[in-house]
Design a protein around this ligand. Structure first.
Ligand SMILES: [Zn+2]
Length: 208
C-alpha cells in the first residue's frame, strides 16, 4: 500500500529497521518526554526536530505525498492511541491554502492513520469524518506569533460544517504539528459546540 521507506532519508527500510526510520536515522529522532507529551489538551508523539520534522516539512512544502502513508502509520503505531474514539477529524487548512498546496496534510495523515487502523483493529477502527471542520477566516501562521497572540489568532477561526457527522460521537482530532495547542483548542471548542460526546486531540509532532 505504501513503499517501506525511511522517513529520514527515503532509503528502503530493511525488515529489521524500526517502524519508520532506518538504523542510521532512528537515533537522530527524539521522542517527547512524558512531561510534555500531554500538554495544553493535546497529546503529541514526537519532538519537532530531527528526521520526522524534515519529513513533515517535505510533505507540506514540497508535496512529498509518498511520506503521508508512513507518517500516518506512525500516528497510530502506539497501542491505545485510538482507544475511546469512533470518529477521526483533521484540523483543516484554510481553503485558499489548500487550493495552493493541492492537499491538506493533516487530512492526508488522518486518512492514512484510519487506513492503517483498519488493518489492525478491523471493525473497531474509527471512521474518518471528512471535511467536518472548516476555517471561517484565514489566520496568520502560528509560528510567527508568541503564545498569547496564538490563542487570539485562532479563537473562533473554526466552525463545524457537518455537525451530523460528529454529533454524539467520540472524536479524535488530528493535527500534524502542535506548539501551544491553541489551534487544537479552538477546533475542540467548535466540535463541543456541535454536540460531540467527547473530543481528544493528537498531533504527530510538538515544537517545544
Ligand atoms: Zn534513514
Amino acid at each position: 500500500m505504501f513503499p517501506p521507506i525511511c522517513l529520514g532519508c527515503e532509503r528502503l527500510l530493511r525488515h529489521d529497521d524500526a517502524l519508520a526510520l532506518c538504523s542510521r536515522c532512528h537515533p537522530l529522532q527524539a521522542r517527547l518526554p512524558d512531561s510534555v507529551a500531554e500538554a495544553n489538551g493535546i497529546r503529541a508523539l514526537w519532538s519537532y526536530d530531527g528526521p520526522l520534522s524534515r519529513a513533515v516539512v517535505r510533505l507540506k512544502f514540497s508535496g512529498a505525498l509518498a511520506l503521508a502513508g508512513p507518517l500516518g502509520r506512525l500516528l497510530v503505531a502506539d497501542p491505545g492511541v485510538l482507544d475511546g474514539c469512533d470518529r477521526v477529524v483533521s484540523v483543516p487548512l484554510h481553503w485558499r491554502r489548500r487550493l495552493v498546496r493541492g492537499f491538506d496534510q493533516s487530512e492526508e495523515l488522518s486518512r492514512w492513520a484510519v487506513r492503517h487502523a483498519r488493518q489492525t483493529l478491523r471493525s473497531r477502527a474509527p471512521v474518518l469524518a471528512r471535511r467536518v471542520l472548516a476555517r471561517s477566516r484565514a489566520t496568520r501562521p502560528q509560528t510567527q506569533l508568541d503564545a498569547p497572540a496564538r490563542a487570539a489568532n485562532v479563537e473562533g477561526a473554526f466552525f463545524v460544517r457537518r455537525p451530523e457527522q460528529v454529533r454524539g460521537r467520540r472524536v479524535l482530532l488530528i493535527d500534524d504539528v502542535t506548539t501551544t495547542g491553541a489551534t487544537a483548542q479552538a477546533c475542540m471548542h467548535a466540535l463541543r459546540e456541535a454536540g460531540v460526546a467527547s473530543v481528544t486531540a493528537l498531533a504527530l509532532l510538538r515544537a517545544l
